[in-house]
Design a protein around this ligand. Structure first.
Ligand SMILES: [Zn+2]
Length: 101
């Protein structure tokens, strides 16, 4: 994970007003990325590329961030499955013919 320039982080936090930009949960600046308890949050890269630009970040509470990551993985898996259906089919028939030897 690349580092977000502190000035961008501070600006994004300021814009959020210290609340999750999805669900509005109250967050605490010093608890960024904390592993437990109240007020933890992350600066989420909207593009996923972690651009050094304020427009690419939203402040999310831990729960919203987790949901976002899960959604992204699901989308990726769907795309991957669509792309590779053919390949998976080949692989399956090959391994079953190998098994019969
Ligand atoms: Zn939230």
């Amino acid at each position: 994970m690349r580092c977000i320039p502190p000035s961008i982080l501070e600006q994004a936090w300021h814009n959020s007003g210290g609340c999750c930009q999805r669900c509005g949960s109250r967050l605490a600046w010093e608890r960024r990325g904390c592993k437990g308890g109240w007020g933890k949050w992350v600066a989420h890269s909207i593009s996923g590329l972690q651009k050094p630009s304020l427009a690419d970040y939203e402040i999310l509470c831990w729960n919203c961030h987790r949901d976002e990551v899960v959604n992204r993985i699901h989308t990726f898996e769907k795309q991957f499955a669509k792309h590779h259906t053919k390949w998976i089919g080949c692989e399956t028939s090959r391994s079953s013919s190998e098994a019969s030897i």
